[in-house]
Design a protein around this ligand. Sequence first.
Ligand code: BGC
Length: 751
Amino acid sequence: MGDRAGTAVETAVIAEDLTVREKIALLVGADFWSTSGVTREGVEIVEPLQLADGPHGVRKQPTEGDHLGIGNAIPATCFPPAVTLGSTWDRGMARRVGAALGAEAAARDVDVLLGPGVNIKRSPLGGRNFEYFSEDPVLAGDLAAEVIAGIQEQGVAASLKHFAVNNQETDRMRISADVDERALREVYLEAFRRAIEGGRPWTVMSSYNKVNGEFVAESRALLTDVLRGEWGFDGAVVSDWGGVSDRTASLKAGLDLQMPGPAIAGREDLERALESGEIDELDLDASVRRILALTERTRRSDVATVPDDDAHHRLARDAAERGMVLLRNDPVDDGPVLPLDPSATGVLIVGELARSPRLQGSGSSQVVPTRRESPLDELRARFDEEVAFEPGYSLEDHDDALADAACAAATRATTVVLFLGLPENAESEGYDRPHLDLPAAQVELAQRLLANHSRVVIVLQNGAPVVLSSWADTAPAIVEMWLAGQAGGSAITRVLTGDANPSGRLAETIPLRLEDTSAFATFPGEAGHVRHGEGVFVGYRHHDLIDGPVGFPFGHGLSYTAFEYGNVAVRDAGEKFRVTATITNTGDRFGAEVVQLYVGVPDGDVRRAPRELKAFARVELDSGESANVEFALERRDFAYWDVRGGKWKVDGGRVSVWLGSSSRDLRSHTVLDVEPDVDTAALDQWASLSEALRHPVVGPRLRDGVSTGAYFPMSEDLERMAGDMPLRLIADFEGMLFDRAQLAGLLDRQA
Ligand code: BGC
């Protein structure tokens, strides 16, 4: 990698020195994966940037690649996709994977790696959910921040995507995600805010969709006011591929680089706008400077070291193993079915997916792996005795003979390990899933095996939840291995045999039925709009609000050991809170617990979710060992987005703080008295009586002024009955608390 033009001062000088034509060339891609740079008389003044997908591996195409000709990329480590990395709840692991991605990108001369993706899993039907971390913004945002920091440590820019509210594939290039301001701030933008403030990405990718009727790529409110103004993002905004229809509008909104190139229409658009005076050269300069700054940031003077493929393969295995979730492990006869004893005889593996595993989801994130392990080979290598195998089903068509053969073999087996999962085309970028079911042939096979065998371990391979209700009720053990990347075979082997103690936790609820999910009625929308009618009640916030049954709750995951939670203590310093508790490994082996901190704020002016995740920590403990976990909370963690004030607001009251092992397995609880924010916002005549009574200045004066002698004296009953009446209408009720002139007086002096 050659040296690029240097300092910030030089960047400014260069920006001023460039011709309009050169500036425009910097703001639209040159080809599918690179920008133009600037060359004058054979001398490169600004070096072009090289971009590549994607979130869980480097997909660098050898020559100018086509968009969906996804198969032809230079091999790179296929790390577990975000669904699995998200289930690790492990910041350190996310950082290490990020650093490995950055190192592989640098070694391939990639300057901008297009990931991570932090969109919220609004519905489990989202076709691309495997590329995203969670249904919760704290978990998604915090893990993404680590991945970003890891990538950028290597001098490669991360591109946080897809900003914003791109929660579905159906009609993704034009649909309007209609979402109220509170849900937007508390759920959908919150994941981005945390990732940006925590990871400081050098680029953000704008999404294809509209938000509340406006293309994100043309939204100054999102790309400039919120992203840069409020959150301090100081990098460049890159469009999603083909996600710009009006280059001038997008430039004005703050979108710096249109991809892919050559984008002739985009260039012409800018030229026309300059000619007509719709924009002037200064409008180009802000974006040009940001592209030059990106070039500078990704300047790597040393020749990148060639990454160690073996080490990265091992890292991919460690990440996969930590992301796998032991959903159930019930005793049969003398104890839990798992872990399996590698010296056992008569183990039968069933399921084509054990032999031909899915490593990742389909679409632009698809990496060509450097190696490819299968669970079958790895399990066979680990067991002392022969391990039998039956495919049981075909991933292409229905074949009853395969199921019959598997059931016959099971009669001779001591334990059956049954691999089930979604076929390749069931989940992909570009379309959503129509349902949450596994293929019927797999469910039938599972039912037959479960009916005739007491020791059946189910292993699931899928990038988003499948419903397990009814048919899997009798399965004594279930492991969700997700899509585990190129080293998933050894990772699942280690988890099943206890070489690794499972520590993954669900980053999304596994519902009992699709009908129970919060977006059921409105996903994926109609007539160009998808109404986020559930508001902030996404994922577990919804399930916990209605206290409805779930298959497995958010945060759930078992271990081969057990953990005890000591009492939670909170040190309250008004603005900051320190939460501590002691966690003890009470079982007989080393293991890791993911301690989850949930906050429950009583309904004040708005309806709140019963619990919201605010912090988490993964603690590794030897048998018998204890450790103190400590979390920091701020008042902001109790706030909601006040749509009228356009700001975060704390209503206060008796706030619950829980430490738990899932959103439904709360182990330790305490209550805090939190002071409400004093709301000094000026009231107008349409404020309600109760709002006026709560106002720090108007309230006391209202009470003093009208409590005696009025036709309706102020009383508790009146406050309750007329609490929602606007002041203006009260004034018009003759003889009620005040008249219009008195109201004007009251509202005049609010400071
Ligand atoms: C996807 C992006 C991806 C880009 C380049 C788009 O269709 O939405 O996530 O980075 O293509 O492949």
